[in-house]
Unconditional design. Structure first.
Length: 318
């Protein structure tokens, strides 16, 4: 049953995969020996678990490895009736860096990536850890490698996260670098280390604060606006109207983490304004799409529940 995969790498350290499968299927016991995985339990539960294992095996054959997140996501897809497409959806790589393939790891992420392929402007909205910026960066690198665009432009507003850091020393580049450092780090993880400085020096990759976009027309570019919840409505309009011929834009942000001191978030307002405009797509990612530590999903859900409770109490009081 385990033919075509390396048993040790498939099962993981101390047979972690079996432990994860048993956590997802508490009625079924799993036992691996001599390239055979045996399942025991109620007939219906075993059939469901067999379908999950089959999809996980196919995913391992396609991508070379599976993660604990893959077990959770494939189980959820099988239970929702999407089992036959799980491995295909989750295994397709976007880019490969130093032997590591960047790929969507959840249904929501896969839908987000597909939307980027089929729309000119995509908004990726969701909590921290859902891969909004990371996957947008991967698609930008893929587009550059395929010569679909001539350059990548990465930008974000220079807004402090609830703190006042005061005047920073150094040149203008030194002052804005702390705000743009996450973008430099992300692009560095997508490409070989010796290639990125050359592309930055030639202008093929540009990382700049949002204020630098005013007055420009961005042709044949893949443009990513990160932390868009910290744009004002005026800044959002300014950015979107920079779109030129042969370009694609991805706007990412989390409307629950707005750092603007007074103004309304442009990301909150834009869906009401552009929600019905053709060739613009809004991808909503949720806690199920978080690919960081499992505790992050629970933290996001807890904050969301707290905010909803506070809003209900405020409504009752009024």
């Amino acid at each position: 049953m385990l033919a075509g995969v390396d048993l040790a790498s498939f099962l993981g350290h101390r047979d972690q995969l079996i432990a994860d499968l048993e956590a997802q299927h508490p009625e079924v016991t799993f036992h691996a020996r001599d390239q055979v995985l045996t399942l025991r339990g109620p007939a219906g539960a075993v059939r469901s678990a067999e379908e999950v294992v089959g999809e996980i095996l196919e995913l391992a054959r396609r991508s070379g490895a599976v993660t604990r997140r893959d077990v959770q996501e494939v189980t959820r897809m099988v239970h929702d009736g999407q089992g036959p497409t799980a491995a295909q959806m989750l295994s397709e790589p976007i880019v490969s860096v130093r032997g590591h393939a960047v790929r969507a790891q959840t249904r929501g992420q896969r839908a987000y990536v597909d939307a980027i392929d089929s729309h000119t402007i995509v908004f990726g909205v969701g909590p921290a850890g859902t891969g909004k910026t990371y996957l947008a960066m991967a698609k930008a690198v893929q587009a550059l490698q395929r010569r679909e665009v001539a350059k990548i432009i990465l930008t974000r507003p220079a807004v402090e996260a609830g703190e006042r850091l005061g005047y920073l020393p150094g040149t203008l580049e030194d002052k804005i670098d702390p705000y743009l450092r996450p973008l430099f780090d992300a692009i560095g993880s997508m490409m070989d280390a010796d290639v990125v400085p050359k592309l930055l020096a030639s202008g093929t990759i540009e990382v700049a604060p949002l204020a630098y976009m005013r007055g420009r027309t961005l042709n044949e570019s893949f443009v990513v606006l990160d932390e868009a919840q910290n744009t004002t409505p005026e800044q959002m309009k300014m950015f979107l109207t920079r779109l030129g011929y042969g370009s694609k834009m991805v706007v990412t942000g989390d409307v629950t983490q707005v750092d603007l001191p007074i103004a309304t978030s442009g990301l909150r307002a834009v869906k009401r304004i552009l929600g019905d405009v053709e060739d613009i797509h809004f991808a909503e990612l949720g806690s199920d799409d978080i690919v960081r530590h499992n505790l992050v999903s629970r933290i996001v859900d807890a904050y969301s529940a707290f905010d909803q409770s506070a809003q209900r109490q405020k409504g009752d009081a009024s």
